[in-house]
Design a protein around this ligand. Structure first.
Ligand code: SF4
Length: 305
């Protein structure tokens, strides 16, 4: 089926099922095109929870669809591709996180939203790449176990001096592959460009940044800047939204190393099939929802302070 027919089918099914489609910024362009909301993972789940849709189709990876279910337990949440997972999230299990906590002693577990439900259930508080520093600063506890991304954790550690921060040894293979040389090569070619870096990247990359922040933060920075050229050190999918919002600006990426294969698994056909056949439904128990919701709500409360 060609693209237009698939898009028409999706629009029709969406209406029939009272569904909304969420797409993460890292999704394929054609998937972002048909989404009702495009954004980063937590913002999408919060946005979806405010709607009266009965069904959420989450074009992203599993932990994102789980978060949507946690925040909208009464809605049916679908992940169009069963094996669209996040290797970073999968590195941390409740078991290996608890083992580390036992070794450290009395520490608060701060988990990045990029974790599976079992890890959220044992976390004291969640954080995003945008609020991680503020979340850690807000805690009374002096000892913090930061899970699962060691680069985001190292960035937090650098910015919070009065706490003992222990880092779980996880990483996103996409951002972890970025290095100083990548940025220096691009800067040699485009010396006027500003460098925007996602904090899942190594510190040597962060050190070269003009702006460090989440996907939404990077978009905001590029919008507000008077500069016309930007080097974007995060997954390439974000450039679709950047070009849409800022057609007169130019964005340079880190090429093929900045592609998350899991994020690119979802196609328009998968979205149409998901809507047609109600697949693949995210099922969480009441206990999972209740326990995993608490650290997310604690984080949201801090954002409002
Ligand atoms: S870009 Fe990295 S953190 Fe995001 S889904 Fe892919 S592997 Fe996970």
């Amino acid at each position: 089926m060609d693209k237009t027919l698939l898009q028409d089918k999706i629009t029709k099914l969406k209406k029939e099922k009272n569904a909304i489609i969420l797409a993460h910024y890292y999704q394929r362009d054609e998937v972002q095109e048909i989404a009702d909301f495009i954004g980063d993972s937590l913002a999408l789940s919060i946005e979806a929870s405010k709607t009266n849709a009965s069904m959420i189709v989450f074009c992203g990876v599993k932990f994102m669809a789980e978060t949507a279910k946690i925040l909208s337990p009464d809605k049916k949440v679908l992940l169009p591709v069963l094996d669209a997972g996040c290797p970073l999230a999968d590195m941390a299990t409740a078991e290996n996180v608890m083992k580390m906590k036992d070794e450290i002693g009395d520490a608060s577990i701060v988990s990045y939203v990029n974790t599976n439900v079992d890890v959220k259930m044992i976390s004291d508080i969640c954080c995003t790449s945008a609020n991680a520093i503020n979340v850690v600063k807000s805690l009374e506890s002096k000892k913090i176990l930061f899970v699962p991304d060691k680069h985001l954790g190292a960035y937090v550690k650098r910015n919070v001096s009065d706490k003992e921060i222990y880092l779980f040894d996880g990483y996103c293979a996409v951002h972890d592959s970025f290095n100083k040389q990548d940025i220096e090569n691009l800067l040699a070619k485009y010396p006027n460009a500003k460098v925007c870096v996602h904090p899942e990247s190594p510190l040597e990359v962060i050190e070269l940044a003009d702006f460090v922040g989440s996907t939404a933060g990077i978009i905001k920075y590029c919008k507000e800047s008077s500069v016309k050229e930007f080097i974007i050190a995060t997954e390439n999918g974000i450039v679709f939204e950047l070009k849409k919002q800022l057609p007169n600006k130019v964005f340079y990426t880190l090429g093929t190393k900045a592609i998350c294969v899991n994020m690119k698994k979802t196609t328009l056909k998968n979205v149409a099939d998901a809507l047609q056949n109600d697949i693949y439904e995210i099922n969480l128990t009441d206990e999972q929802i209740e326990k995993a919701r608490k650290p997310i709500e604690r984080m949201i409360a801090i954002k409002r302070q």
